[in-house]
Design a protein. Sequence first.
Length: 428
Amino acid sequence: MGPTMPPSKKAQSPSSGASASQGMSPLYRQGDAATAASEAEAADLSLSLSASFSKAEDEELTSLSWLHESTDLLNSFSHSGLRSVSPLQDPDDDPLLGDAHSAYDLAAGANRKPPYSFSCLIFMAIEDAPNKRLPVKDIYGWILEHFPYFASAPTGWKNSVRHNLSLNKCFKKVDKDRSQSIGKGSLWSIDPEYRHNLIQALKKTPYHPYSPSLTTPSTSPPTIPPPLWSGSPLFRKNGGVLLQVPRGVIQNGARVRSQALFPVIRPLPVSPVGSRTSAIRLVNFATVALERQDSPSRYSPPPCSEDLQDDHTYSTAKSPSRLCSSQVAAPSSPLDDDDIIRRSLGGAGALAGSSLPWTKSRARGISDTLPLKKRRAATVEKPPESDDEEMKEAAGSLLHLAGVRACLNNITNRTAKGQKEQKEALRN
DNA sequence: GCGTAGATAAACAATT
DNA sequence: CAATTGTTTATCTACG
């Protein structure tokens, strides 16, 4: 059996003759006469978005600047009346349209599993704390607050959080002030030594200007636009076919409201209108974001959530070989990954070992027989200073875009999952 | 096929 | 004593 995507959609490539307008992004065309922007406006907005992304990349703008520009453009975009020529354009075929969820819901993110690894979530949680340290319980709370998926998720995720805290060297227990009783357990903080790795991981997040997904040189034809979440297995295995949005994907998303977590980050100025075209616009924005590497030589499947794994969960960096193979695909990063790794290691020759010591258990040497707990107890230290604006911006951007990202990711995940299940069913 | 990374489950100890 | 927290091991999946 085929994928969940109806043949009509699967076969449709927004850029393969579907473009109704010349000289503008093939993804867009004029919508209803009553609401549509002119083609010139459409082209202008499309170009502006692309320019914004390019600018962010070329000028190494901070993610904050990039976010501001992009959200401004998004705001304009959401009022432009543009409609998609992607498969989403067909209301009869598009379950999302039938649900007519609000654009705000879409922007806020679905109540689905976020595409971030636990280490990333923990990192954001801790960095969002005033003192840059949190007890486990508050880490739970932060995750729950910002990713409602976990409220109804199997309880194992808390175990995973604790597991990650224990195993990931990026996280360190902080001496608990006896005077301030926080109950059971310790406070957890980010180990400054490995902080850069987490930052790097954030930088590699989709939608971040430095994301390799947005900068990787192309080996694929540029004529096929990426799907909503083009790093998805479905995308990779489906030849880059634009995905449709499954029904209910963006339900309950409005609970995720990450604004004001980082005061310097402005909320996405998306009108909480309930029209389906608004939702489409947001989807299109994301699609444009992914398509910004529209020059033929630069298009390639952006990473999926797994790509975020490069630098965080158990290990916040890879072995040199892995760095070469995958992280080299981030040419626009202000620092190459080796530099970042070297910096994070303090240039102390830490790379001399056979493996990078990111992990707390896996990377330990055979001779390192002391129980982790005791070794760690000896190294518990005061929390790091948190004057790293770079990280704050990166984390803020990631946080802020989390909603859209999570939604898009889940859209694809669901579709991909459905495909997988169908494949398996077919096999049996 | 192999190695690595991450997610998840589980067992268990320590702590409150 | 129960609940929570922290550690460790094992297993599975995905990916390069």
